[in-house]
Design a protein around this ligand. Structure first.
Ligand code: ADP
Ligand code: S3P
Ligand code: MG
Length: 184
């Protein structure tokens, strides 16, 4: 972990709001926002669906580990990871040891509602996405908890409220807002 300017890494299931909250949080903190999926897409010149189709999930995970290794070494950023980033022990160590990890936790029903119309997540383009989200949650929830320094439920909270709550929690890790937290 870089002592002076630790980065914030968001983990959690698909639809928890990592990308959405991460973008808002970075703005409030006056930091650069990076989404590991977007980074992988820019490095590859192809979208996540294409990578899964051509290289399989294993190919995507290799790219993801390279991205997580690289991005977790950057100080002072807010990084939104993909939901499966914690499946690799190597990634878990990069995340846990190099910054403050926030687990955004949402119930499966909420994950389902937030991801249903979006075709960009290859793992959910199946006849029973709810069952897939349930199975992934069972496997991954203990891993998210293992790497997290902060756990935040996101199910029933508006993104702006989420960010204000998160800023309060991050203050105890000496991470504070450059522009002040906005009142609703
Ligand atoms: N706290 C929230 N309340 C309501 N909708 C949300 C919230 N967080 C995210 N969303 C919506 O859910 C969808 C998925 O969010 P996203 O940030 O892409 O999740 P993730 O990156 O964790 O998969 C988006 O349409 C987003 O606008
Ligand atoms: O849970 C997963 O394994 C995945 C989550 C996605 O990111 P989001 O969690 O941002 O949707 C993306 O990395 C890919 O589709 C695989
Ligand atoms: Mg995302």
């Amino acid at each position: 972990m870089v002592e002076e300017l630790p980065s914030v890494f968001l983990v959690g299931p698909m639809g928890a709001g990592k990308t959405t909250i991460g973008k808002l949080l970075a703005k409030q903190l006056g930091r650069t926002f990076v989404d590991s999926d977007w980074y992988i897409e820019s490095q590859t010149g192809a979208d996540i669906a294409w990578i899964f189709a051509k290289e399989g999930e294993a190919g995507f995970r290799e790219r993801e580990t390279r991205a997580i290794d690289e991005l977790t070494q950057k100080p002072h950023i807010v990084l939104a990871t993909g939901g499966g980033a914690v499946m690799s022990a190597e990634n878990r160590a990069f995340l846990n040891q190099r910054g403050i990890v926030v687990y955004l936790n949402a119930p499966v029903d909420v994950q389902m509602a937030r991801t249903a119309k979006d075709k960009s997540r290859p793992l959910l383009q199946q006849p029973n996405p709810r069952q897939i989200l349930q199975d992934l949650y069972s496997t991954r929830d203990p891993l998210y908890r293992q790497v997290a320094h902060i756990i935040m439920p996101t199910g029933h909270t508006y993104p702006r409220h989420m960010v204000n709550q998160l800023l309060q929690q991050l203050a105890s890790f000496n991470i504070s807002s450059a522009v002040g937290s906005k009142k609703e």
